[in-house]
Design a protein around this ligand. Structure first.
Ligand SMILES: Nc1nc2c(ncn2[C@@H]2O[C@H](COP(=O)(O)OP(=O)(O)O)[C@@H](O)[C@H]2O)c(=O)[nH]1
Ligand SMILES: [Mg+2]
Length: 146
């Protein structure tokens, strides 16, 4: 049986959410900035431990707040499906403190409304003053311990 996992990617504008999704799916990186204005759904299949899984990756534009109930979720077209995913990927730019504050707030709202959450940490290539080319493929760091 093929199981389906739904994953939402959230974060402030311009932190590289869409770039992460495209690198994961297509192994490509573009310096062209195309702001995500509506929720985008990607439907890849992945093989894990010899089993095929359907993935639904939802790339969201910045949301003003995590919907606290189903009514709120469906009232805002951008938020649809947000409360029923299996995992959240919260993205921030280490050069932008506000983008970290933003994901902290969203994480807190997820914990309060769903009772769980998960945060990934990502280094922005241009954050490093030397030894790191601007525009190179995005780099990923493991989640912080604890
Ligand atoms: N130098 C650098 N630029 C990046 C990185 N990730 C994304 N970008 C650029 O940042 C801009 C915004 O990326 P995008 O994925 O659209 O951000 P989103 O609004 O969070 O979806 C684009 O011009 C990307 O090329 C990165 O790791 N390093
Ligand atoms: Mg985007």
């Amino acid at each position: 049986m093929v199981s389906t996992y739904r994953v939402a990617v959230l974060g402030a504008r311009g932190v590289g959410k869409s770039a992460i999704v495209r690198q994961f799916l297509y192994n490509e990186f573009s310096e062209v900035c195309v702001p995500t204005t509506t929720r985008r759904l990607y439907l890849p299949a992945v093989v894990m431990n010899g089993h095929v899984h359907d993935l639904q990756i939802l790339d969201f534009p910045p949301i003003s707040a995590f919907p606290v109930n189903t009514l709120q979720e469906w009232a805002d077209a951008c938020c649809r499906g947000l409360r029923s995913v299996h995992a959240y990927i919260l993205v921030y730019d280490i050069c932008c403190f506000d983008s970290f504050e933003y994901v902290k707030t969203i994480r807190q709202q997820i914990l309060e409304t769903r009772g769980w959450g998960c945060t990934w940490n990502r280094a922005h290539a241009s954050a490093e003053p030397s030894g790191c080319e601007t525009g190179s493929a995005p780099k990923f760091l493991p989640p912080p311990a604890g």
